[in-house]
Design a protein around this ligand. Structure first.
Ligand code: COA
Length: 157
């Protein structure tokens, strides 16, 4: 892997983060239309939590969002640029996220995935996450196929 630089996002990164997330989440177009996020929504998230960014060769290559929820942390929007996937960046970002949450005193990390993304439970299981429930997918998002969220968690110990 080319050298990777990790840093915490600033407000001015919002446009680049939205572009990256939308490119990565095009994989979900088979069940949901449209962009995953826009820069305004990223700025909103930056007020409640933080994005860790991975940069490679001067370009934004990956990101992950972390939001404190009591003594736990919600993790979302893990995104790796499609041209750089399967080179370890997602795993690197997940490790950095874990380190960040542990340093902040969080007891565990929670995330959710859409049931139609059948490749993802195995990905997160290999990183130590376990399924622990489901949640409804918002009907307002108008998915093209029936689906729900699968919740997964990891205790940080
Ligand atoms: C999911 C995602 C973050 C993984 O990041 P990544 O950098 O590509 O993954 P890593 O290189 O760390 O891990 C690679 C391993 O994970 C598994 N994996 C990753 N993506 C996979 C896919 N699309 N299908 C099947 N297995 C996959 C494989 O085991 C792979 O190892 P291999 O290439 O040796 O077979 C990335 O594919 C992505 O951005 N996807 C679109 C957005 C998304 O789905 N985010 C998660 C929503 S909850």
């Amino acid at each position: 892997m080319n050298q990777v630089w990790l840093r915490v996002a600033q407000l001015e990164d919002a446009d680049a983060i939205a572009q990256l997330v939308n490119r990565a989440f095009q994989v979900e177009r088979f069940f949901i239309e449209g962009d995953r996020i826009n820069p305004g929504a990223v700025r909103e998230l930056l007020r409640k939590g933080k994005f860790l960014l991975a940069e490679q060769s001067g370009a934004l290559a990956g990101c992950v969002y972390l939001e404190p929820h009591g003594d736990r942390c919600y993790l979302g929007l893990l995104s790796v640029d499609p041209g750089r996937q399967r080179s370890g960046l997602g795993t690197l970002l997940m490790g950095a996220a874990e380190e960040d949450c542990r340093a902040a005193g969080a007891r565990g990390i929670d995330l959710q995935i859409v049931s139609l993304r059948t490749e993802l439970p195995g990905y997160y299981r290999r990183l130590g996450y376990e399924e622990n429930g489901t949640a409804p997918f918002p009907a307002s998002a108008q998915p093209k196929q029936p689906c729900y969220f699968i919740r997964m968690s990891k205790e940080l110990g």
